[in-house]
Design a protein around this ligand. Structure first.
Ligand SMILES: Nc1ncnc2c1ncn2[C@@H]1O[C@H](COP(=O)(O)OP(=O)(O)OP(=O)(O)O)[C@@H](O)[C@H]1O
Ligand SMILES: [Mg+2]
Length: 951
C-alpha cells in the first residue's frame, strides 16, 4: 500500500515500518499521499503522520519529522491515524478529522485546497477566447482543441469552470482530470469523460455508467466493438489496443455531440499518460461534430509533448499569465474585504507575483497567524519586516515543481537563486563553473517556457517569476553547497561588479555564505568578519553620499556580524547612530546609543572615543536639548584633544558640532566660519564627500544669517550647477532652497515657492525625514513672504508632525513658536500659547533663537489679551536677545512684533521707532518684502487713521 502511494519504505524490528514520502523526489501532494495510504493500511495498524524535514543518508532516514511521527504512532489507536499540526494544516478542508484523528479524505481533493474565495478578477480576454472557440464549434459543427497553458495556481481550472458555468443552454459537458499517480492516473480521465458524455452522473459505479454508454451507442454501426473498447476504458474488461481507445472514444463523443454541442474539459493534462494525449489528439483530428476539447495544463506538458495539438488546423492554445499587479491587488482586496496598506500590497505582489493561488494562500496564512491588522480601514502587516515566506502548502507545490525539472534546469535554477530574485547570464556562468558550452542558455530557455523565469530589465538579465519560486529553488540547495556558491559569487563579484556597488554586493554574498556555513556548524568567523568589513565600507560610502536610508541598513547588517567584544564595533555604532538620527528612527537610535555608551566606556582608542562623544552630543541636542550639556565646550575640548593627533576626520566632526553651537546662539557668521573649518579638515582627511556635504550646509548659515538676498541667489545658483554636474539630489535641493529663499526675499515669491517645493520633493525622494522638516520650515518663510498665511501654517504643521514623530526636539523648539507666530497673525492667539510653552520648556539654555521666538510670540498673545505691561516686557526681552544674534530676518521680525505690542499698549512713538529699526535690518538683508511691511507699520504707528497693520 505504502509503495503504491509513492513512499520509500523501511521495515524496522518489532513490526515497525517507516514510510517517507517525498524522497527521493518531492511531490506537491506528499501529505495527501501519506494520508491516503494511512487510510488504506490493513486494519489494526497504528499510524502517525508528521510533516517536516527528513535527512536521508545511506538509506537511513532521520530527522524531527520521523521522531514526531513515531511518537504519534505510539499514541494512536488501531486504524485511527493521528496527524501532526502541520499535516492538518496542509490537508486543510480535504481531510475529515476528529481532533487529530484522520477519519477520511475528500476524494476529489487537490493537493493544495483551492479556496475560491473571491469573485473572478480580470481574465476577460482569455474568457472571450474560450467563448469564441465554443461558439465557432457550435456554428460550424466542427471539433476544436483549445489548450490553456499556465503555471500552477494561475487560474486554469477556475477559468474553465467559470466558462462552463456560463455556457449557453443546450451545451453538454464532460469532464476528466488527470493525476500524478494512483487511480486517476492511467486512462481514468478518459473513462470519466466517456461516462459523463453518455449522461452518467459523476460517482456512478462503472456498471451504471457503462449502461448509459451502451444506451448511447444503440443503433450505431459496430456498436458492439465500440462497447467492448469502452468497457475496457472503464476497467470492466481488458483494455484494447491504444489506437482503438481513441477511435471508440471519438465515436461516442461524436454520437453525443450530434444531439447537442459538447464541451470536454480535461484538467491537469501535464500528468496525462501518452495514451491519453494520443486519444485527445485523435479525437481532435477526426471528430466531425460540434465539440470542443478544452485542455488545461501546466507548461510542463510541452516538455513531455512539445508538439501537443500543434499540427492540427483546428487546434489553438492560450497562455494564462499571472494577473497584472493592479488585478492581483484587486484580488487581495476582494479576499480581505478592504483596502490594503501599501507595504502589504508591495510585499504580497513581490512574493506572489500575480499568482491567484499564492495570493489566496499567503493571505490565509497571514490571517491565521494573526499578522494582518486593520487600521483606518486598511489592512496592515503586523510584526517584523521579514519578507513573506511561502505557506507549507505552496512550499510543497513549488518544491515539487523544482524537483521535477530536468537535472540541468534544476541546477541552473538553484544556482540562479543564489544570486537573488534577478540575475544576469554572467552571474549564472560565474556560479555554474565549468559546464558545457550553451548548457546554461538552453536550460534558461526551458525555464522560460515553463514560466518559472522571465526576462528582466537590463542586458541579459532574468528574474524569477515570483519570489516564492526563488525561495523554493534556494531551499532545495544543501547548506554546504549554498555556502560554497555564495562565496564563489562573492569572489566573482569582487572582480566584476561595478565599483559603486561592489562592497555591498560582495558583503551581502559573504554574509549569506557565513550564515549557511554556520547553520551546518562550520567555522564561519573569517567569512563573517570579511562580510562585515565590506558591508561597513558600503554603508559608509552610502552615508557619505547622503543615501542614509540604505546606509543605515548596510551598517546595521555590518554591526550584526561583529562579535560583541570586537574593537571595530564602536566606530560602526557611531556611524549607525548618525545615519539613524538623520533617517529619523528614534527607537532604533535609542538602542544604538545605549550600546554605544557601553562600548565607549571600554575603548582605549582616544580618537574613536572623542568621535563617539561628538555624535552623542549632536544626538542629545536633538533628542533632549534642555538637558544637553554645553555643546560649545564639548566641541572645544574635542578640538583640543584631536588637533595634536592630527585626526582630521575627527576634527571635521568637532568643527561641525562647534558650528551647531554657534547656530544655536544665532551667531550665523561664526557658524559659517566653523563649517568652513570642518570643510577643510574633511578635505585633509581625504574625505571629499563629507567635505562637499559640509560645504553644501553653508547655505543654511547664509539663509538665516546676514548674507543679503541677492547673494543668496547667486551662491545658490553656483551650487546648483555644481550639484547637477555631480548628480546629487540632496545638494541640488539645498541649492534650490537657497535660491528660492533669495528670490522670495526680493519679492519674487511665486518663483521662490516653486523652487523650494522642488527641493522638498527631492529630499522626500531620498527619504530624509529630518531634512524635509528643515526645508518645510524654510518653505513657511517663503509662504509668509508671499503673504499666504494658510500655506505657511500647513508647511509648519507638517514640519512639526515629522519632528514630533521622530522624537526630535532640537528643531521642534524653533518650529513650534514659528507656527505660533503664524497662528497669531491668523488671529488664533489661544492656539499659539501652548506652542510657546513647549519651546520654553524644552529648548537648550544656549538656544538663543528659540528663546527669542517663544518670547516674541508669547508677547503677542499677552498683548492680545490686554496684558500690555507683561507683553511689552517680554517683547523687549526678545528684541534684546535678538540683538545679540546676526539673524537679520529673525531680529527684524521680532522688532516688528515689538512694534505691534507697543502699538496695542498705546505707545505709538516707540512702536514707530521699533518698526524703523526693523526696516533697517530687513534692508540690510535685502528683504524687500518685509522692509516694505515695516515701512507701512511705522507709518501706521505715526498716523493710526491709515488702518491696521497687515501681516
Ligand atoms: N482570476 C481569478 N480571480 C479570482 N480568483 C482566482 C482567479 N484565478 C484563480 N483564482 C483562484 O486561485 C486559486 C487557484 O486557481 P486554479 O485552481 O484555477 O489554478 P490552476 O491554474 O488550475 O492551478 P493548478 O495548475 O495547480 O491546477 C483558486 O482558488 C481560484 O479560485
Ligand atoms: Mg487546476
Amino acid at each position: 500500500v505504502l509503495e503504491r502511494h509513492g513512499a520509500s519504505v523501511r521495515v524496522l524490528p518489532a513490526e515497525r515500518v517507516v514510510a517517507v514520502f517525498g524522497v527521493p523526489r518531492v511531490h506537491e501532494d506528499d501529505v495527501l499521499r501519506a494520508a491516503r495510504a494511512a487510510l488504506e493500511l490493513p486494519a489494526g495498524a497504528r499510524t502517525g503522520i508528521a510533516s517536516g524535514d527528513v535527512v536521508v543518508s545511506d538509506d537511513d532516514p532521520r530527522g524531527p519529522a520521523l521522531s514526531a511521527a513515531a511518537r504519534l504512532a505510539a499514541r494512536a489507536e488501531p486504524s485511527r491515524p493521528l496527524l501532526d499540526d502541520l499535516s492538518q494544516e496542509v490537508l486543510g478542508s480535504a481531510a475529515r478529522l476528529d481532533g487529530a484523528v484522520l477519519l477520511g479524505l475528500d476524494p476529489g481533493a487537490e493537493p493544495v485546497v483551492r479556496r475560491h474565495g473571491a469573485p473572478l478578477v480580470g481574465r476577460s480576454r482569455e474568457s472571450a477566447l474560450v467563448q469564441h472557440a465554443l461558439e465557432r464549434a457550435a456554428e460550424e459543427g466542427r471539433a476544436h482543441l483549445l489548450t490553456v497553458l499556465g503555471a500552477p495556481g494561475v487560474g486554469k481550472t477556475r477559468l474553465a469552470s467559470e466558462t462552463i458555468a456560463g455556457l449557453p443552454p443546450g451545451w453538454r459537458v464532460a469532464r476528466g482530470r488527470c493525476a500524478a499517480y494512483g487511480e486517476a492516473a492511467g486512462l481514468r480521465p478518459l473513462a470519466d469523460v466517456a461516462a459523463e458524455a453518455a449522461g452518467a452522473e459523476r460517482g456512478d459505479p462503472p456498471q451504471t455508467a457503462f449502461g448509459r454508454i451502451e444506451q448511447a451507442l444503440s443503433g450505431e454501426r459496430r456498436s458492439e466493438a465500440l462497447a467492448a473498447r469502452l468497457a475496457g476504458l472503464l476497467g470492466l474488461r481488458e483494455p484494447g489496443p491504444p489506437e482503438e481507445t481513441g477511435w471508440a472514444l471519438r465515436r461516442l463523443l461524436e454520437i453525443t455531440a450530434a444531439e447537442a454541442p459538447l464541451a470536454v474539459v480535461l484538467d491537469d493534462l501535464h500528468w496525462a499518460e501518452p495514451t491519453v494525449l494520443d486519444a485527445v489528439e485523435h479525437v481532435a483530428e477526426h471528430a466531425t461534430r460540434p465539440l470542443v476539447l478544452l485542455c488545461l495544463a501546466r507548461p510542463e506538458l510541452l516538455v513531455e509533448r512539445p508538439g501537443f495539438g500543434g499540427g492540427l488546423p483546428n487546434a489553438s492554445s492560450v497562455r494564462l499569465e499571472a494577473l497584472p499587479p493592479p488585478e492581483a491587488a484587486r484580488l487581495a482586496r476582494s479576499l480581505l474585504g478592504g483596502e490594503l496598506d501599501e507595504r502589504v500590497e508591495a510585499e504580497l505582489l513581490r512574493a506572489a507575483g500575480g499568482n491567484p493561488l499564492f495570493v489566496e494562500e499567503l493571505l490565509a496564512m497571514l490571517r491565521d497567524a494573526g499578522r494582518l491588522e486593520q487600521a483606518d480601514g486598511r489592512w496592515m502587516l503586523a510584526g517584523s519586516g521579514q519578507p513573506l515566506a511561502a505557506p507549507p502548502t505552496i512550499q510543497a507545490l513549488l518544491a515539487a515543481r523544482v524537483d521535477a525539472l530536468g537535472a540541468e534546469e534544476r541546477r541552473v535554477l538553484q544556482r540562479a537563486s543564489v544570486a537573488g530574485q534577478t540575475f544576469t547570464l554572467d552571474t549564472l556562468h560565474a556560479l555554474n563553473g565549468e559546464t558545457p558550452e550553451g548548457a546554461a542558455e538552453r536550460a534558461l530557455l526551458q525555464l522560460r517556457r515553463l514560466d518559472i523565469v522571465r526576462p528582466a530589465a537590463g542586458d541579459e538579465a532574468f528574474a524569477f517569476r515570483h519570489a516564492l519560486i526563488r525561495d523554493a529553488a534556494y531551499d532545495g540547495l544543501p547548506l554546504e553547497r549554498r555556502a560554497a556558491l555564495h562565496e564563489r559569487l562573492a569572489r566573482w563579484l569582487d572582480e566584476n561588479a561595478a565599483e559603486a556597488e561592489r562592497d555591498a554586493l560582495v558583503g551581502h554574498q559573504l554574509d549569506r555564505a557565513a550564515a549557511a556555513l554556520a547553520a551546518i556548524g562550520g567555522d564561519a568567523d573569517a567569512l563573517r568578519a570579511e562580510a562585515s568589513t565590506r558591508l561597513a565600507a558600503a554603508g559608509r560610502a552610502r552615508a557619505a553620499r547622503d543615501d542614509l536610508v540604505v546606509a543605515e541598513g548596510l551598517l546595521a547588517r555590518a554591526l550584526a556580524l561583529v562579535p560583541a567584544d570586537a574593537p571595530e564595533r564602536l566606530s560602526l555604532l557611531v556611524d549607525l547612530a548618525e545615519a539613524q538620527r538623520e533617517v529619523g528612527e528614534p527607537e532604533a537610535l535609542a538602542q544604538t546609543m545605549s550600546e554605544l555608551r557601553l562600548a565607549l566606556d571600554r575603548t582605549p582608542d582616544v580618537s574613536t572615543a572623542v568621535r563617539a562623544r561628538l555624535v552623542e552630543a549632536v544626538i542629545e541636542l536633538h533628542r533632549d536639548p534642555a538637558a544637553s550639556g554645553d555643546v560649545r565646550q564639548i566641541a572645544a575640548d574635542a578640538i583640543a584633544t584631536l588637533t595634536p593627533l592630527e585626526d582630521h576626520a575627527g576634527l571635521a566632526r568637532a568643527w561641525m558640532l562647534a558650528s551647531m553651537a554657534e547656530g544655536l546662539r544665532g551667531r550665523l557668521g561664526a557658524e559659517r566660519t566653523a563649517i568652513e573649518q570642518a570643510v577643510e579638515h574633511a578635505r585633509l582627511a581625504g574625505d571629499a564627500r563629507r567635505s562637499w556635504d559640509y560645504r553644501v550646509r553653508i547655505t543654511t548659515a547664509h539663509m538665516w544669517g546676514s548674507t543679503p538676498a541677492s547673494l543668496l541667489e547667486q551662491y545658490g545658483r553656483e551650487l546648483l550647477d555644481e550639484a547637477r554636474s555631480l548628480g546629487e539630489r540632496t545638494a541640488e535641493a539645498a541649492a534650490e532652497t537657497c535660491i528660492g529663499v533669495g528670490v522670495a526675499l526680493q519679492g519674487r515669491g511665486d518663483e521662490g515657492e516653486q523652487l523650494v517645493l522642488r527641493a522638498l520633493a527631492g529630499i522626500r525622494e531620498v527619504g530624509l525625514r529630518m531634512r524635509a522638516g528643515a526645508v518645510l520650515e524654510l518653505l513657511s518663510q517663503v509662504e509668509l513672504l508671499r503673504g499666504d498665511l494658510a500655506a505657511a501654517e500647513r508647511a509648519l504643521r507638517e514640519a512639526y508632525g515629522i519632528l514630533e514623530s521622530t522624537g526630535e526636539k532640537g528643531y521642534l523648539v524653533g518650529v513650534a513658536p514659528a507656527l505660533g507666530s503664524v497662528l497669531c497673525s491668523l488671529g488664533r492667539h489661544e492656539e499659539a500659547e501652548p506652542l510657546t510653552r513647549l519651546s520654553e520648556e524644552h529648548s537648550s539654555p544656549d538656544d538663543i533663537v528659540a528663546h527669542v521666538l517663544w518670547r516674541t510670540v508669547r508677547g503677542r498673545v499677552l498683548a492680545h489679551r490686554g496684558e500690555h505691561a507683561a507683553a511689552v516686557a517680554l517683547a523687549r526681552e526678545a528684541a534684546e536677545l535678538a540683538a545679540r544674534t546676526d539673524c537679520l530676518n529673525v531680529h527684524g521680525g521680532v522688532l516688528l512684533d515689538l512694534a505691534e505690542v507697543l502699538g496695542l499698549a498705546g505707545q505709538p512713538e516707540e512702536a514707530a521707532a521699533a518698526a524703523d529699526q526693523a526696516r533697517a535690518l530687513f534692508e540690510r538683508k535685502g528683504n524687500q518684502v518685509d522692509a516694505a511691511r515695516a515701512r507701512l507699520a511705522a507709518a501706521q504707528a505715526r498716523e493710526p487713521t491709515r488702518g491696521a497693520r497687515t501681516s
